[in-house]
Design a binder for this molecule. Structure first.
Ligand code: BGC
Length: 911
């Protein structure tokens, strides 16, 4: 939903003009009573928000749960404050409210943004029925290390899956307008890089390169912001030496500057005050100043803002404008949420809206689709009349609370269908089930059975916040249980309930079939029964459709492990020595990202491309056949590999996914539109496109290799003209006029790569190129006159304004920051240093189609550098602007303002 609204701005400005400094600071404080609720905090306007508004807080009992009555009571206190500014109640509504859905990692395993959206909408309806208006979700942290307990709360390791779920969940919570009584304000958290915590130890520091941050960690957040998320939460961690709660570049320059975010930022729990422990603030006052100036508008519970900002204002350490801005952002969201119009919740809603039958049905379906079949030798599953007596073994067979998962404070164990009940409901007539929770009973039950379902895994308290493990193996005792059961030689189905990928290499080898269920929520037991017996409660066939959203390691020592890693100079799949990653383990994971089987088998034909080159976008397709005996759903996954780039690229990157339902024997062609995007860093690269489903363990051979036609070369010159590089040269030396340009020698033979707005892009050999006026080339592609880069650049039509870049030196890199804007829609921008493309940014889904700001690290060499900014306005209008930068300070650093060619020639005499 759009967060812009002139009426809101006018309302809030007017309100601000009536507020005292203390009232403004109050809005920036999120209150938690820590056991001693003080109604005066609210009456005096010293809290803009209450977290986890609970019975205990409202003075109505000790319950940690909340209700419309509690929230209305607190709103009445707010109405007694001078300006009657309503409260905003925030709570962790993470994977459902009363209707508990699978944990987010399980939701991601369903690869179904549609279901994620529907589940978030149910959670919004239920939570708002109890008076909550703001959820601290979705959690969008990419996680590559399963030791980290919070991997349970996110969408796994892939940015594209993360982007799709982020959008869907924000839409599900907020709908078209979060002012609707049954909608929640979303909060994209934890911004950003939280999953990089070293060693998987929650709250620990992390390090990320700018490229990985932008390619992998930021995209889900950007997607949430573009989907209209009303709030963002800053993370706990210290990323690259700057605590996320004090990171102005990320919280302000990127979030607001680049993405146009208009909501407000809340800190994580006490993370403002924790800036002291991080070691960037000496005391509470400094911590508050750092966070506020970085862009954190609301202080979650630490009290640092409330306690210190008034004094800092009086001392001139913070300006009235800075305070106003933070208060304005919070009040805007409250106004957009309709709280000023009506802050109260209709108390009868809860009885109508909590745990509706259709919500339970959705939870069942989502749980079913979140489970991943890792292995199914000889078609052991689904269990059928082959097995008359089935033993169901394990510590969680009767469990209820344990199925809910890590963040379910409002779920009730008594609502949960235990596995034993779910299996009993789904078992066909004539099949008897014997349950055994304890290991010493298990052996007897197994002896009397034809097949065994052994349920192992983690208690939810072993996953989630601050629940990290140093060992990804099964919890103590369970491996022995599997050992003992397997030793009896009965057909063995292993069910794993967990909040993370566990390293279960030996147990997988011991079982005939393995079904992996991330904590599945209140309908998990019923869903599991349906999958194990292959039949849903409505009599329809049920089969697994989930796919891993994370890599399953063989051993703890393999983490961090993720599919989209770099190739390295010595890839493990090439021949020769010194290529194994560990002497004691094969290099591949146990199961890769994207893996998951069905009760049938799919065959994929080779991927085919609709064109031989990639220009802008390309349709790629493949045939998929259901080659097995049952109906099933394949999940076609499109991967790209950019073989040559100016920066190295991952061995595979997910670029699309589609589910296809197929009857036995049915064949369908599935098509993807693959767009050129920032992951393609080099114009002349070839990409490999692969469409696969379940068996990604071996790198596949049948790939389409597509040369990318340079995105700049919009109209490719017909019948590529050539010969090649002789006589072409780029020089870094000033010419006689003091001008420094690349120069094409007279009569050089050139390869014409394409034309842009009357200019022709010519290859100069060695991978370099320049632009020349089309009229300077004869029909054979040979220049009839000397072509200098300046010539071409100087005459490019100014379709888009490219302002002077601002530069800053950092070590050997230089940051350029520019903006391009005009009346036209701006598609994307490139930066070249010399002829090397070092930066590409698409504006396809930009917040503002007319403007783009970007930061780019430029690898400048000592001496003279030619940098060119290129902005595309539409597919055939491109604007270039070239600047000359000298890195010639005593240490090779620079920088004077970059000059355009003309400016440089004017001043060169004085230099
Ligand atoms: C967590 C957040 C959560 C907050 C409020 C913090 O400890 O990191 O994810 O939203 O508490 O409960």
């Amino acid at each position: 939903m759009p967060l812009d609204n002139p009426a809101t701005d006018a309302f809030v400005d007017n309100l601000l003009s009536q507020m005292t400094v203390d009232e403004k600071i109050g809005q920036l404080h999120q209150y938690f009573a820590f056991g001693r609720f003080d109604p005066e905090v609210i009456r005096q306007g010293r809290a803009g928000s209450v977290i986890n508004a609970a019975g205990a807080l409202g003075g109505q009992g000790q319950s940690a749960s909340t209700s419309a009555e509690v929230c209305n009571h607190l709103q009445k206190l707010a109405q007694e404050s001078r300006l009657k500014i309503p409260q905003l109640f925030g709570r962790d509504v993470i994977h459902g409210y009363r209707t508990v859905f699978p944990i987010p990692l399980g939701q991601a395993a369903a690869w179904s943004p549609e279901l994620a959206e529907q589940a978030a909408a149910v959670a919004a309806r239920e939570a708002t029925a109890d008076g909550i208006k703001w959820t601290f979700a979705p959690m969008l942290d990419i996680a590559r290390d399963a030791r980290w307990g919070r991997i349970a709360e996110g969408n796994g390791e892939d940015p594209l899956l993360g982007v799709n779920v982020a959008r869907a969940v924000v839409r599900g919570f907020q709908g078209d307008d979060f002012a609707q009584p049954d909608r929640l304000i979303a909060c994209a958290k934890h911004y950003v890089g939280y999953g990089t915590a070293e060693g998987g130890r929650d709250y620990e520091s992390g390090e990320l390169s700018e490229a990985t941050l932008r390619d992998v960690y930021l995209p889900p957040f950007r997607a949430a912001v573009q989907a209209g998320a009303g709030t963002v939460m800053s993370a706990f961690l210290d990323l690259n030496g700057v605590p996320a709660t004090a990171n102005r570049k990320l919280l302000t320059d990127v979030l607001r500057g680049e993405w146009g975010f208009r909501g407000f930022v809340v800190s994580d729990w006490a993370s403002v005050k924790e800036l002291i422990q991080h070691g960037v603030a000496a005391d509470e006052a400094e911590a508050a100043l750092l966070a506020l100036k970085a862009g954190v508008d609301m202080d979650m519970v630490s009290g640092a803002y409330l306690n210190t900002l008034a004094a800092s204002l009086a001392a001139g350490r913070v300006t009235a404008g800075e305070l106003d801005e933070a208060a304005r952002r919070i009040l805007r969201v409250k106004h957009l949420a309709g709280l000023f119009a009506d802050p109260f919740t209709e108390p009868s809603r809860a009885s109508r809206d909590l745990l509706r039958p259709e919500a339970r049905a959705l939870a069942r379906r989502f749980a079913r689709e979140s489970m991943v079949l890792l292995k199914n030798d000889g078609g052991l599953l689904p269990l059928d009349e082959r097995f008359k007596h089935v033993a169901v073994i394990g510590p969680m067979v009767h469990a209820q609370a344990e199925l809910l998962g890590t963040w379910a404070p409002d779920g009730q164990p008594s609502d949960v269908t235990p596995l034993s009940e779910g299996l009993a409901q789904a078992a066909p007539k004539g099949v008897s089930l014997a349950f055994a929770e304890r290991a010493d009973h298990a052996v007897r039950a197994v002896a009397a059975a034809d097949a065994v379902v052994l349920v192992v895994g983690e208690h939810p308290l072993r996953s989630g916040e601050n629940s990290n493990v140093s060992d990804l193996g099964l919890p103590p005792g369970q491996a022995e249980l599997v050992e003992a059961v397997a030793a009896q030689g009965k057909p063995l189905v292993l069910v794993v309930l967990a909040g993370r990928p566990l390293a279960i290499t030996r147990q997988v080898a011991q079982a005939g079939a393995v079904l992996y269920a991330f904590h599945p929520g209140l309908e998990g037991g019923a869903a599991l029964g349906e999958l194990l017996f292959g039949r849903a409660s409505d009599g329809q066939p049920a089969a697994p459709t989930g796919r891993l959203p994370v890599t399953l390691p063989r051993a703890t020592g393999q983490v961090p492990i993720y599919y989209n890693h770099k190739n390295s100079g010595r890839p493990v799949d090439s021949s020769g020595e010194f290529r194994y990653r560990y002497v004691d383990l094969p290099p591949a994971p146990l199961y890769p990202f994207g893996h998951g089987l069905a009760y049938t088998r799919f065959e994929f034909g080779p991927a085919q491309a609709a064109s031989e080159t990639l220009r802008g976008s390309l349709e790629v397709s493949a045939e998929v056949t259901n080659a097995g005996p049952r109906a099933g759903a394949a999940l076609a996954q499109l991967y790209v590999r950019d073989r040559v780039g100016s920066l190295t690229r991952p061995v595979r990157e997910l670029k699309g996914f589609q589910r296809v339902e197929l009857a036995p024997g049915e064949t369908r062609r599935i098509a993807f539109t693959f767009d050129i995007d920032p992951s393609l860093t080099d114009p002349e690269a070839k990409v490999q496109l692969t469409i696969r489903d379940d068996d990604l363990r071996e790198e596949v051979d049948e790939k389409v290799r597509i040369p990318i036609v340079d995105p700049l070369a919009v109209t490719a010159a017909s019948g590529t003209q050539h010969a090649h590089s002789t006589g072409a040269d780029l020089t870094n030396e000033p010419d006689a006029g003091g001008r420094v340009f690349a120069r094409l020698q007279p009569n050089a033979a050139v390869q014409v790569l394409g034309t842009v707005s009357g200019y022709v892009k010519v290859s100069l050999g060695d991978g370099r190129f320049a632009f020349a006026k089309a009229s300077d080339l004869d029909s054979g592609g040979t220049p009839s006159a000397q072509i200098a880069l300046d010539d071409a650049m100087a005459h490019a039509p100014p379709a888009v304004e490219i302002p002077q870049p601002q530069l800053a030196t950092r070590d050997t890199h230089t940051t350029v920051r520019g903006a391009a804007s005009d009346d036209a829609r701006l598609l994307d921008a490139y930066i070249f240093v010399g002829s090397r493309k070092v930066f590409y940014r698409s504006n396809r889904n930009g917040a503002d189609p007319k403007r783009m700001d970007f930061d780019a690290d430029l690898p400048l060499r000592p001496g003279v550098n030619v940098i060119t900014l290129v902005a595309r306005e539409n597919p055939d209008t491109t604007t270039h602007r070239t600047f000359i930068i000298r890195r010639d300070g005593p240490n090779g650093e620079l920088l004077q303002t970059p000059k355009t060619e003309d400016e440089l020639s004017e001043t060169s005499d004085d230099e």
